[in-house]
Every structure is written in structure tokens, then in C-alpha cells.
Design a protein around this ligand. Structure first.
Ligand code: ASP
Length: 354
């Protein structure tokens, strides 16, 4: 009898241990996405890639870029360190760059052939794989906010043009007068390109002329990992100077300009959109991590240093993985970029080999 009792007690002790274990495992899985905060978080941004050479930059312009990049990344970092979500951090960080005339997004958007500004943006949530994207809007001050609203408040992923603006109005977005997007520098860039086009009279000039090739400078993007282990990415742009026919680049295309997946990484692209669409840059990096089991840095290098240039394109990406590892890979002379980790360490750079 005593033996049976001991056996029974032993059995119940074992059972309760097992239950504890199960409970703990479930708890851990649950808390990863919900309550338990992790120590690792981080944020990476870009403000465009291209032929950015120190010899072409004045000291004051360089300082202005560095300061704005710092302001933007610190905005997101504060949100993350206070326990905010990666989506909140990405949106607020991109807003800072959209509001600056320095970048080809929001306020500083480049001009179309018709001398208008058509804005594109996209955002993706790595936890749910929800995404929102917008293209060709002309009256939206912060297109990344509209992309977020499309993700959260509409049954669709991507809206364009007038329909997107109608949705924006319904959601209470203010319609910004197009004159807000006028900047003398961008307008003059358009005039130069048009003059050259007239003079040299050949089509597809943008594919050959280095000045025109770089007319897409300054797209902005942000990726972040928050304390809940959730990744998010976003990208916002005015596209390419002198674009026509409602041209859409990679920035608003999920998988090309933006991608985020908690299993792998979050990516935001900048560069020659036509090639980034064909190479599905952002998703390809994530897919290589998932299917090949390679690191973020390795995947980013293959896509940016081999696949995109092999097609004839150029540009770069910023990315962060689920463990907080980052990549800031580009094949151009420079890329405006910055990174901040959980310790608050800050890196801000413009040129290659810095
Ligand atoms: N990728 C953008 C586009 O092609 C331009 C850029 O990144 O600067 O629209």
C-alpha cells in the first residue's frame, strides 16, 4: 500500500512538472508576441542611395543631412525604448524625413514630367504579414500614414491615385495643396532633365545618362525591431524625376520596396525602382534567409551586390532581422543611412567605405 502511495505521489509530481513545462513553453511563445519584453530592439533608416560623393557635397549640406538623419532615427528609437511598436516607430521616423525638403519623399518629392508630384509609400507588419501601400497621390503630406491607414482601415493592400485620395478623405486625412511639394531644387532638376532630353532627343535617356539615372535620389525608408520581437518596415518616395504615365516604382510594391516577416527580417529598398521590382529585392532577401538559412548580411549582399547589378540596376537596402542584426548594403557611391541599437549606440553615414 505504501509503495502504491509513493508511486501515485511520484506520478502526480511528474505530471505537475510536465504541466509546468508545457505552460512555460506556451507562455514563452505567447509572451514573444504580446507581453514579455525582450532586451533587443533596433532601428535602421535610409534616405536614398546614388552617386553621393563627398566632392559634390558642401559642408553645410552634409551637416544638414546628418542632423536630419539623427533626428529621424532618434524619433523612432525613443518610441521603441518606451515599449512602442515597430510600426509606430517606422511611421514616426519616416514622417520626420517626409517633412524635410532634403529627401525625395513628402515635402521634397521630385517632379513628374507634367510638373506635378506623385507620391508612393508602403508599410508592412512582420507579425501578421499585413501590408498597406499607396501610389500616385498628389495631396497627401505624409503618404506613409496613408499606407498605414490602408493596411488598418481598408480591406485592401494597395490603393492608387484618386481612389486612394477618396479613401484618405473618408479617413479624415487633410488634403494638402500641391504647392506644398514645390521645392526649387527639385523643380530645377526636372528642368535640366527636360532640357537634356530635348537636346539629345533620344528616348530612355534616364537609362543612360548618369545625371538622370540619379534623378531618383532620396527615397526614405525605415525598418525596426521592437521589444515584443515584432518587425516592421516602411518606404516613402516621390519616385523618379521626369516620370510619366503614372509610373510606379518599387517603393509602394510589397516585396520589392518593403517587406517584413517576423520569421526573418524587415527590409526597405532604395534605388532604381524598375530593377528592384524585377528582382523583388526586399522579399528575396527574406526568402533567402528562410529557405537557404543564410544570414541577413549574406542575403543582402547577394541581392544588392550580385542580383541587382547583374540585371543592370543600382541602389541599396536597410534591413534588420528578428535578433536585431542589421544590414545597410548598397552598390552605389553612397547611401544616407543610420542605425541605433538597444544600447542607444548611433551610427550615421553617407558615403561608401566610411
Ligand atoms: N526606388 C525609388 C523609385 O524607383 C527611387 C529611390 O529609391 O530613390 O521610385
Amino acid at each position: 500500500m505504501k509503495q502504491i502511495l509513493t508511486l501515485l505521489i511520484g506520478f502526480f509530481v511528474l505530471l505537475s512538472c510536465n504541466n509546468d513545462q508545457n505552460h512555460q513553453t506556451e507562455g514563452e511563445i505567447f509572451s514573444k508576441n504580446n507581453s514579455k519584453k525582450q532586451e533587443t530592439f533596433g532601428i535602421v533608416i535610409h534616405g536614398g542611395a546614388g552617386t553621393i560623393l563627398k566632392k559634390n557635397m558642401t559642408d553645410s549640406l552634409e551637416t544638414a543631412y546628418l542632423e536630419k538623419l539623427k533626428e529621424a532615427i532618434k524619433t523612432g528609437h525613443i518610441i521603441l525604448s518606451n515599449g512602442g511598436t515597430s510600426l509606430e516607430a517606422v511611421t514616426a521616423t519616416i514622417n520626420v524625413m517626409e517633412d524635410s525638403p532634403l529627401f525625395n519623399a513628402g515635402k521634397g518629392a521630385v517632379f513628374t514630367h507634367e510638373e506635378t508630384n506623385e507620391l508612393d509609400a508602403s508599410i508592412m507588419d512582420g507579425a501578421t504579414l499585413n501590408a498597406g501601400a499607396v501610389s500616385g497621390v498628389k495631396h497627401i503630406k505624409n503618404p506613409i500614414d496613408l499606407a498605414l491607414s490602408i493596411m488598418n482601415d481598408s480591406p485592401h493592400v494597395m490603393l492608387s491615385g484618386e481612389g486612394a485620395e477618396e479613401f484618405a478623405r473618408e479617413q479624415g486625412f487633410e488634403m494638402t495643396d500641391p504647392s506644398y511639394f514645390y521645392t526649387e531644387k527639385r523643380f530645377q532638376s526636372l528642368q535640366k532633365i527636360k532640357e537634356r532630353e530635348m537636346r539629345e532627343q533620344y528616348k530612355n535617356l534616364s537609362f543612360e545618362d548618369p545625371f538622370i539615372k540619379d534623378s531618383k535620389f532620396g527615397t526614405v525608408g525605415c525598418v525596426a525591431l521592437d521589444k515584443n520581437g515584432n518587425l516592421a518596415g516602411g518606404t516613402s518616395t516621390g519616385g523618379m524625376t521626369n516620370k510619366r504615365w503614372n509610373r510606379i516604382g518599387d517603393a509602394p510594391i510589397i516585396g520589392a520596396g518593403t517587406y517584413a516577416n517576423n520569421k526573418t527580417c524587415a527590409v526597405s529598398s532604395t534605388g532604381w525602382g524598375e530593377y528592384f521590382i524585377r528582382a523583388m529585392v526586399a522579399h528575396d532577401i527574406s526568402a533567402m534567409m528562410e529557405y537557404k538559412g543564410i544570414s541577413l548580411q549574406e542575403a543582402a549582399k547577394i541581392v544588392i551586390q550580385e542580383k541587382v547589378p547583374d540585371l543592370g540596376g543600382d541602389g541599396g537596402i536597410v534591413a534588420i532581422d528578428k535578433d536585431g542584426n542589421i544590414a545597410m548594403e548598397f552598390n552605389t557611391a553612397g547611401m544616407y543611412r543610420a542605425h541605433m541599437n538597444a544600447k542607444g549606440e548611433l551610427i550615421v553615414k553617407i558615403y561608401k567605405n566610411e
